[in-house]
Design a protein around this ligand. Structure first.
Ligand code: 5AD
Length: 354
């Protein structure tokens, strides 16, 4: 699929044509990664962050407004234990870029998980130094997620200022680093960022396949009223014909195109998509998705991890969601994944190396 075709699909509004694209993506998903839906237990370990991303509700600018927390070792261990009890194959440790989550603390947690559980561990802790990535890989971490958010340099610099006194970073470079260290590597984007044109999203999707990613996370941009972008400050304004909408249809189309371009990747149906509608999880699974990330963060912290408002998981009880999600997966003819749910892509490339 070339760039023009991608752009015209992203702009498509004909319901029948879209349905045929989503079904095609669903078929590609079935043939490459099968009917299993892998469940990853999400642990939001800290909402402290040094970055000032203009879209994100827990950025450093929020200062006074956000009550900050950082989980301790025993809280993190309890979350991991819960993942084991629910039969999940892996956990995702996500946080703001918080250097109070020290290299040593994360290593100790990884070692504890590896010594006491069969779980795979994904880290999503921001742009840490390469030495941290190496140390955590040695400790036993399996996967790392770092969304590049947008492949357009100007838009990226507009929404993602560097830490004070530092230069702009290059997330593509960091992703290459992560791959070379041996992580199963994931990235992704938000759909509908103000200033994001169809041309830019088409480039993003092509970048997914060029980067050869094992996991791709893609959801709608949801304005947060306490952020400068959410307040509409200093926007790159595009005409309505050029601006990509942040609606469900466009996200599903982008998911479907991603599945077609990167057939063997792991593709979650994201929480942000499910925030747009009650059936968002199912919709994501029906147009290419094969992963769901149930939230295991204790409820008292969860409302504080407000990267965007009205996150669908804020009030979900962990047990209730767990019971529900199995039924919902089976209701659309899919099965709950067993084991770690490694990316088929990653396993294939590993085999080729040996
Ligand atoms: N809307 C949607 N997604 C967001 N993220 C952060 N802020 C928002 C928002 N306002 C996404 C980013 C980040 C991921 C953890 O959450 O893509 O990488």
């Amino acid at each position: 699929m070339n760039k023009d075709e991608i752009i015209s699909w992203l702009k498509e509004n004909d319901a029948k044509k879209l349905e045929s694209l989503w079904q095609h993506a669903d078929q590609v998903r079935r043939e490459t990664v099968g009917d299993q839906v892998h469940l990853r237990g999400l642990i939001e370990a800290s909402n402290i962050c040094v970055r000032q991303c203009r879209y994100c509700g827990i950025n450093a600018d929020q200062g006074r407004k956000v009550q900050r927390y950082r989980m301790n070792m025993s809280e993190m261990q309890q979350c991991a234990q819960m993942a084991v009890e629910f039969g999940y194959g892996s956990i995702v440790v996500q946080a703001g870029e918080d250097y109070g989550l020290t290299t040593q603390f994360i290593s100790d947690f990884i070692r504890w998980v590896k010594d006491n559980t069969p779980l795979a561990i994904t880290l999503s802790l921001g742009e840490r130094p390469e030495s941290d990535f190496r140390t955590w890989k040695t400790a036993g971490a399996d996967r790392y997620l770092l969304r590049f958010e947008t492949s357009d340099r100007q838009l990226y610099q507009n929404i993602h200022p560097p830490v004070k006194g530092q230069l702009h970073t290059d997330r593509f470079e960091i992703l290459r680093q992560l791959k070379s260290i041996g992580y199963e590597t994931g990235s992704g984007i938000m759909i509908g960022i103000p200033g994001q044109s169809f041309d830019i999203v088409a480039n993003d999707l092509l970048a997914f396949s060029q980067l050869d990613l094992d996991m791709i996370g893609l959801g709608p941009y949801i304005p947060h009223p306490e952020t400068s972008l959410g307040k509409g400050e200093n926007l790159i304004t595009l005409s309505p014909e050029q601006q990509v909408p942040n609606d469900q249809q466009t996200v599903c189309t982008a998911l479907a195109l991603t599945r077609i371009l990167c057939p063997a990747t792991n593709l979650p149906s994201t929480t942000a998509l499910s925030t747009l509608s009650d059936k968002g999880r199912e919709q994501g699974l029906n147009c290419g998705g094969n992963v769901i990330m149930p939230n295991l963060t204790p409820l008292s912290y969860r409302r504080l991890y407000e990267i965007y408002p009205a996150k669908s998981c804020i009030k979900e009880d962990v047990n209730e969601f767990h019971n529900q999600i199995r039924t919902r997966i089976e209701a659309i003819g899919r099965t709950v994944g067993k084991g770690r749910g490694d990316s088929v892509k990653f396993l294939q490339s590993k085999q080729q190396k040996h």
